[in-house]
Design a protein. Structure first.
Length: 128
């Protein structure tokens, strides 16, 4: 028996929130960043991949930015801005995968302010 429904549910995002397991760059480590800040130039020419984000999602297309957020145990750490280059949907598993490039990395000081400026949901703020 089939469950047939009309319409679809698609989530539109301006934030790529991913774990290291989903494709967040392992080399972006907050403690290292505080000691010697990374910049987007450190990642110039590199294309990163994310995979198996739950739900079918659409992201803003370049030249419009998306926020890059590291999900650390359900807490959010805002790292900067990315351009999503490619998105693939698996409709059977209901997941989204894709490719992105880093456009800008926040300074450690900007990271402290990002949750307040961008999100305002302090229950998910990694830095508090």
């Amino acid at each position: 028996m089939y469950n047939i429904r009309m319409g679809s549910y698609i989530e539109i995002n301006d934030t790529l929130r991913i774990t290291v397991e989903q494709g967040f760059p392992k080399e972006l480590d907050y403690e290292t960043h505080k000691a010697k800040p990374f910049t987007a130039k450190d990642f110039e020419g590199r294309v990163f991949e994310f995979r198996d984000k739950p739900a079918v999602r659409i992201y803003k297309a370049p030249p419009v930015r998306n926020f890059l957020v590291q999900d650390i145990g359900g807490k959010w750490l805002y790292w900067g801005l990315v351009h999503i280059l490619e998105v693939t949907h698996d409709y059977t598993k209901q997941t989204t995968s894709g490719k992105y490039i880093i456009q800008y990395i926040y300074t450690p000081e900007e990271m402290k302010s990002a949750q307040t400026i961008v999100d305002r949901d302090f229950s998910t703020d990694y830095l508090t």
